[in-house]
Design a protein around this ligand. Structure first.
Ligand SMILES: *[C@@H]1O[C@H](CO)[C@@H](O)[C@H](O)[C@H]1NC(C)=O
Ligand SMILES: *[C@@H]1O[C@H](CO)[C@@H](O)[C@H](O)[C@H]1NC(C)=O
Ligand SMILES: *[C@@H]1O[C@H](CO)[C@@H](O)[C@H](O)[C@H]1NC(C)=O
Ligand SMILES: *[C@@H]1O[C@H](CO)[C@@H](O)[C@H](O)[C@H]1NC(C)=O
Length: 412
C-alpha cells in the first residue's frame, strides 16, 4: 500500500515535471551566422546535452520584418527565416530530441508586420495556401497610437510601439494562433513555448493558449519595470500573473535578475529579503521561476547587462545553479565566454545533490562582499571576494568546487 502511494506520487510529480535546466540557444547576432544558424547550432547539441541541459529555447521561427524574428508576419512561413529553412529547423529539433533535449519555440503574437499596405488597404498573411491568419485591419486593435487603422477591440495590454498590436481578444484569432502553435508541435517537433512580451495582452489569453496547446514546458517574458526598494511588489506581480495564467506556466525571474545586477557590484546583501529568504521570485514561487543572468535583450542589446567580467558572471551561475528555480544558461556565456567548464561543473553538482526548483535555502551570510547559503542541507555555496568565513562553514562539509571569488562545498 505504502509502495503504491509512493509510486502514485512519483507518477504525479513527474506529470508536472518542468525543465531541469534551460539553455537560451541564440543571441541577437545569431541570424548573421554564415551557413545558417540552425546548421551551426547543431554541432553543439551533444555538448549541451552533456552539460545537463534539458530544454533549449530557439529564436522566433517565422518570416519577420526584422532579421531577429521579433516582428513576425507570415507565421506559418518558416522558410523565410534568417536562421535557416523549415527543413533545417526540423533537422535541428530532431538532433536535440535524439540527445534528450526538448525544444522551446519563441512565440511572438502581440504584434505583427503587414504583408502589404497599398491603395486597397492593409493586409496580413499567415503563410498558408488556405488563408489561415490572413486578414486586414479588423485583426488590429482599434486604439494603437502608432497604427491607427485598426478596427478590432481595444488593446488588452501594453502597447508595442514599433508594430501594430494584434487584437488577441478576437476569438477567431485566438483559435487560429493556438492551431498554429499546435502545428509547431506536430509538424516541426516543438515541445513548448517561450511567450514574448506577455505584458502586451491580457493574462487570460496566455491561459487560453496554455489550455489549447498543453506544452511540456512554457515560460513567459513578463518584463516589468524595476525600481530598487520595490523588490516585493515586483516579484509578487510575477507570482500573481502565473496564478492568473493558470499556474502551469513559468516566468523569467526578472526580480532576481535586476536585484543581482546591482548586488554583483559589491552589494551582495541585496540577495536576502527581510524574512531571510532569497529576494527574487525564487523566494516566493520558486517552482514557477526561471532564473537567468542575461539574455538577447539584457546583454546583446545592453538593455540591462549583468557584467562584462567573466569572473562575476561565473558567480552569477554559482548562485542560480545551486539555488531553487529553473536555471537558464545564456548562449554567449556557455559557447563564447570560456565559462563552459565552470557551468558544467556546477550543473554536475546540481544534479549529484538533486537540487531542484523547490530546494530549501538557508542563507548563512548576506553582506556587501559575501553571500553564503546552504541548500537542502546538502551543499553550501559562497560568492563574493570576502575570504575570511569565520566559523560559518560546518566541519561536516568539504570543498567540491572552488573558483575566483566563489566556492561550493558538499556534505561529507
Ligand atoms: C517551406 O519549404 C518546405 C520544404 O522545402 C515546404 O514543404 C513548405 O511548404 C515551405 N513552406 C512555405 C510556407 O513556403
Ligand atoms: C476577428 O478576426 C476575423 C479574422 O480572423 C475577422 O474576420 C473578424 O472581423 C474579427 N472580428 C472582429 C469583431 O473584429
Ligand atoms: C511610435 O510612437 C512613439 C511615441 O509614442 C514614437 O517614439 C515612435 O517612434 C513610434 N514608432 C514608430 C515605428 O512609428
Ligand atoms: C570541472 O570538472 C572536470 C571534471 O568533470 C575537471 O576535469 C575540471 O578540472 C573542472 N574544471 C574546473 C575549472 O574546476
Amino acid at each position: 500500500m505504502k509502495l503504491l502511494i509512493s509510486l502514485c506520487f512519483i507518477f504525479l510529480s513527474s506529470a508536472f515535471a518542468s525543465a531541469d535546466i534551460l539553455f537560451q540557444g541564440f543571441n541577437w547576432q545569431s541570424w548573421t551566422k554564415e551557413g545558417g544558424f540552425y546548421n551551426f547550432l547543431k554541432s553543439s547539441v551533444p555538448e549541451l546535452a552533456s552539460a545537463g541541459i534539458t530544454h533549449v529555447w530557439l529564436p522566433p521561427p517565422s518570416q519577420s520584418r526584422d532579421p531577429e524574428g521579433y516582428y513576425p508576419g507570415r507565421l506559418y512561413d518558416l522558410n523565410a527565416s534568417k536562421y535557416g529553412s523549415q527543413a533545417e529547423l526540423k533537422s535541428l529539433v530532431e538532433a536535440f530530441h535524439q540527445n534528450g533535449i526538448k525544444c522551446i519555440a519563441d512565440i511572438v503574437v502581440n504584434h505583427r508586420s503587414t504583408e502589404r499596405e497599398d491603395a486597397q488597404g492593409v493586409f496580413f498573411e499567415g503563410g498558408t495556401p488556405d488563408g489561415r491568419l490572413d486578414g486586414g485591419t479588423s485583426l488590429i486593435c482599434n486604439n494603437d497610437p502608432n497604427f491607427t487603422y485598426g478596427t478590432g477591440s481595444p488593446d488588452s495590454g501594453r502597447d508595442f510601439p514599433f508594430g501594430p498590436d494584434v487584437d488577441l481578444l478576437n476569438t477567431t484569432t485566438q483559435q487560429q494562433l493556438s492551431d498554429w502553435m499546435n502545428w509547431l508541435k506536430t509538424d516541426i517537433g516543438f515541445d513548448g513555448w517561450r511567450f514574448d512580451f506577455v505584458i502586451g495582452y491580457a493574462t487570460s489569453i496566455t491561459k487560453f493558449f496554455m489550455e489549447q496547446t498543453k506544452p511540456d514546458f512554457a515560460v513567459a517574458e513578463k518584463w516589468d519595470d524595476f525600481t530598487l526598494g520595490q523588490e516585493n511588489a515586483h516579484r509578487n506581480a510575477l507570482r500573481d500573473w502565473v496564478g492568473t495564467a493558470g499556474g502551469a506556466i513559468t516566468a523569467f525571474d526578472f526580480t532576481t535578475k535586476f536585484i543581482f545586477n546591482q548586488a554583483i557590484k559589491g552589494e551582495l546583501g541585496r540577495l536576502k529579503d527581510s524574512n531571510g529568504n532569497p529576494a527574487g521570485m525564487i523566494g516566493v514561487l520558486p517552482q514557477n521561476a526561471v532564473t537567468f543572468i542575461d539574455n538577447h535583450d539584457t546583454w546583446s542589446q545592453r538593455l540591462a547587462p549583468f557584467s562584462d567580467d567573466p569572473d562575476k558572471v561565473a558567480q552569477g551561475y554559482v548562485y542560480i545553479l545551486t539555488h531553487p528555480g529553473i536555471p537558464s544558461i545564456f548562449y554567449d556565456h556557455f559557447l563564447e565566454w570560456g565559462l563552459k567548464d565552470t557551468i558544467k561543473n556546477l550543473t554536475a553538482i546540481r544534479k549529484k545533490h538533486g537540487i531542484n526548483p523547490t530546494s530549501k535555502v538557508k542563507i548563512l551570510a548576506a553582506e556587501s562582499d559575501l553571500y553564503m547559503a546552504e541548500i537542502d542541507e546538502k551543499i553550501i555555496m559562497k560568492i563574493g571576494p570576502k575570504g575570511d568565513l569565520g566559523n560559518l562553514l560546518p566541519s561536516t562539509y568539504q570543498l567540491a568546487y572552488p573558483g575566483k571569488d566563489f566556492a561550493v562545498w558538499e556534505k561529507i
